[in-house]
Design a protein around this ligand. Structure first.
Ligand code: BGC
Length: 745
């Protein structure tokens, strides 16, 4: 750290800056970030300012669709997702960017020898309902970034799962704005605790991959503010992310990265966001419109059809179509975030990596996010003395599945033998190249098979690939219990066509279950899947993409070393036809089309409730090896704050954790009493232990957004509060009468 009074140039993460002994007033840590940014800005020429608002392609410079970067920058770009040169003369560090939602990404194998901890998918972390753990995960990812010399992480992926077949559902944090905002916010603040800037992304309404660069999300303002935007609002206020990444798609007719409503009205004015907006890779379509709408930095020049910042922005300044004040604001925001997050005072430097250091954190995340969906006849936890166990399918002899695209980590212990080609269309890039994401399913080692063998050393544990249902069934018949692993690969750039498990996996599960009723299905999926075989299997574990600690976590849950406590962060439908859009909207390649969000703010479970649909498994659902009682609900409304208290008792014989969920049905919600998650609390209880918890309701979820008054408005009337262990099991309910209330966005 640079102490107040010693103001020297830092070493930049990009290695371009050298130390100087000249005193630099903006390095005075006694000053606030804004004041320091202003001191710096006053020293910068217009050309230097223009340099700061233009990023370059890092990783993908060797890909055919990127224009080559300036020669002078070439040494610094390889191995990064993006790069913005620093200004050595003033000691401004370069921005060295990596994708990092689920660990330090290495898509396209841009750093051939670099392996990193694969953290569980975002949806798994959301399933922990544990913000403190999400924060720890973020901090661990932050240290892995610093130690590789990165100082900007393109993390905080948190679009709402309006489209559960969306190819990036695994990266995001589920369907509920409160849960997604809290979990993503916690993870981002963990990253930033390591003096790294994190983004939140993709702002906003980038909820499907099909046609993501051309689609137009159509939604009314109130509904957007109450759903997708609310999730971002909560994450932004909880984490103060250094940057926000604007999305590829259009929103109500205007591209997200040149959308004044999103960037200026909502983000910067209503939410008073002080950081900078950077574009997604190839999401910029204009100079003047983008700059004046609130875009602060064009990322990855060469991905856009042409350069829009850089020389064209200089021209726009010269002809007055963009004001110097706007350029100053862009640069101020970037510098301010860099200073506030510690990029000047705690520069990231490449260190020797301890590759195993964060596996325990990844494993803890997986252990808390695995969801037990069914446990017939209490088959689980398995006894260690089961003589013969069949492990079948999904490359369980290799590792656990991970999702594809820019978030892809090359995990510690990886070998190319852990990758398998996937069928199906690969995204076609502008020049026709079919290159991203790689059409490979990558499995994170170690294998569940080894982890199961380790916990049941006296059992015979036999493996069958599941390619032939008959041989798998035969093995299952010869064993006391059969564990079938089933997987669904998801990747950025392509949606899955259906929630059904791909390939012949349903048939495999049916065959194994017919041969041995003591069949356990372990799902490795990006999001919800259909389970036509549910009635015929004994137990189901949703293990998502569980990462480097996943195998151990799955085995520990199976044998009861860990009592499962994950809860679904999204609804599992009974069929695609229960979704607001049974077929994913699309058009001929490259042709624009609308996606009409007819569900408005009623995303996920709220849609199911509004339409009176019964899902396969409801939002918030998850079983435990113990049982909990939730009772004694009381409510308290004082000075505009509504809270509820409830007793939770562990009525079983093993320790466990329960997430109590508080839902509210506001009186003015079209009279249909659709409930919304307004708060939650996860607590650990020993057998027999009872505790009373108080949950404060998030006021914006008790309110509706009144566009005409530009305010959140709570109607006077009776609000039904209910507490339970899922959105569908609301045993306890209480009515509270609340006065009318209005508050600013
Ligand atoms: C993705 C972003 C990612 C960027 C850089 C884009 O294709 O949408 O999430 O951060 O690439 O890799």
């Amino acid at each position: 750290m640079i102490a107040a009074g010693m103001f020297f140039l830092p070493l930049s993460a990009g290695g371009e800056t050298s130390r100087s002994s000249a005193p630099l007033p903006w390095m005075n840590t006694a000053l606030g970030a804004d004041a320091r940014a202003d001191l710096l800005l006053a020293q910068m020429t217009e050309d230097e300012q223009l340099e700061m608002v233009m990023g370059y392609v890092g990783a993908d410079q060797r890909l055919p669709y990127g224009r080559p970067p300036p020669e002078a920058l070439k040494p610094f770009l390889p191995g990064t997702a993006g790069y913005v040169p620093g200004i050595p003369r003033l000691g401004i560090p370069a921005l060295v960017e990596s994708d990092a939602g689920l660990g330090i990404a290495n898509n396209s194998r841009m750093r051939p020898l670099d392996q990193a901890t694969a953290f569980p998918s975002g949806v798994l972390t959301a399933a922990t309902w544990n913000p403190a753990l999400a924060q720890q995960v973020g901090a661990a990812i932050g240290t892995e970034a610093r130690d590789r010399g990165f100082n900007v992480l393109l993390g905080g992926a948190m679009n709402l799962a309006r489209e559960p077949r969306g190819g990036r559902t695994f990266e995001y944090a589920g369907e509920d704005p409160l849960l997604a905002g809290i979990i993503a916010g916690a993870e981002v603040s963990g990253v930033q605790s390591q003096h790294i800037v994190s983004t939140v992304k993709h702002f906003a309404l980038n909820d499907q991959e099909t046609g993501r660069t051309v689609l137009n999300a159509v939604i009314d303002e109130a509904a957007a503010r109450e759903s997708d935007l609310l999730a971002f609002e909560i994450a932004v206020e909880r984490s103060d992310p250094g940057a926000v990444m604007c999305a590829y798609n259009r929103v109500n007719g205007t591209y997200a990265c040149e959308n004044p409503f999103l960037l200026t009205n909502v983000l910067k004015t209503d939410w008073k966001y002080p950081g900078w907006v950077l574009s997604d890779w190839g999401a910029v379509h204009s100079t003047q419109d983008s700059a004046n709408a609130g875009l602060d930095q064009e990322s990855a020049a060469g991905f856009d059809a042409k350069d829009y910042f850089g020389p064209p922005l200089k021209q726009a300044l010269a002809d007055g179509s963009v004001s110097p004040a706007r350029l100053h604001d862009m640069v101020h925001r970037i510098l301010r975030s860099m200073i506030a997050k510690g990029l000047f005072d705690y520069p990231a430097e490449k260190l020797t990596l301890d590759l195993e250091a964060n596996r325990p954190t990844a494993q803890k995340d997986a252990e808390e996010g695995i969801v037990l969906l069914k446990n017939g006849a209490k088959l689980l936890p398995l006894s260690r003395s089961v003589p013969r166990i069949a492990v079948i399918g999904a490359h369980a002899d290799i590792g656990v599945l991970s999702g594809g695209g820019s978030s892809q980590v090359v995990p510690v212990g990886h070998s190319t033998a852990d990758e398998f080609p996937v069928g199906g269309a690969i995204q076609v890039m502008r020049n026709g190249a079919k290159i991203f994401p790689r059409g490979t399913e990558l499995f994170d080692p170690p294998s569940p098979l080894l982890a199961i063998r380790a916990l049941a050393p006296n059992a015979t544990v036999a493996y069958d690939s599941g390619e032939n249902a008959q041989t798998a069934a035969l093995l299952a018949k010869q064993c006391d219990v059969a564990i079938v692993f089933a997987s669904q690969w998801m990747a950025e750039g392509r949606d899955v066509p259906t929630l059904g498990l791909p390939g012949e996996q349903d048939e495999l599960i049916e065959a194994v279950a017919a041969a041995n009723p003591r069949t356990i299905v372990v799902l490795e999926t990006g999001g919800p899947v259909l389970m036509p075989w549910l009635a015929r299997v004994s137990a189901v574990l949703e293990a998502w993409y569980a990462g480097s600690g996943g195998a151990a976590a799955i085995a520990r849950v199976l044998f009861g070393d860990v009592n499962p406590s994950g809860k679904l962060p999204l609804t599992f439908p009974q069929g695609d036809d229960q979704l607001p859009r049974p077929v994913i909207p699309s058009a001929a390649p490259g042709m624009p089309f609308d996606v009409n969000y007819i569900e408005g703010a009623d995303v996920g479970y709220r849609w199911f409730e509004r339409k009176n649909l019964t899902p396969l498994f409801p939002f918030g659902f998850g079983l435990s090896y113990t049982t909990f009682r939730i009772e004694g609900l009381t409510a308290n409304a004082m000075n505009g704050t509504v809270s509820a208290s409830v007793d939770i008792t562990n009525a079983g014989t093993v320790a466990g954790a329960e997430t109590v969920q508080l839902y509210a049905s506001p009186p003015d919600d079209n009279g249909s009493n659709v409930s919304r998650l307004v708060g939650f609390s996860k607590i650990e209880l020993k057998p027999g232990e009872k505790r009373r918890v108080t949950i404060v309701a998030e006021p914006r979820l008790l309110a509706s957004f009144d566009t005409a008054h530009h305010a959140w408005r709570m109607a006077e009337g009776t609000y039904r509060l209910s507490a339970g262990d899922s959105s569908a099991a609301l045993g306890q309910a209480i009515d509270v009468h609340l006065p009318a209330r209005e508050f600013a966005p």
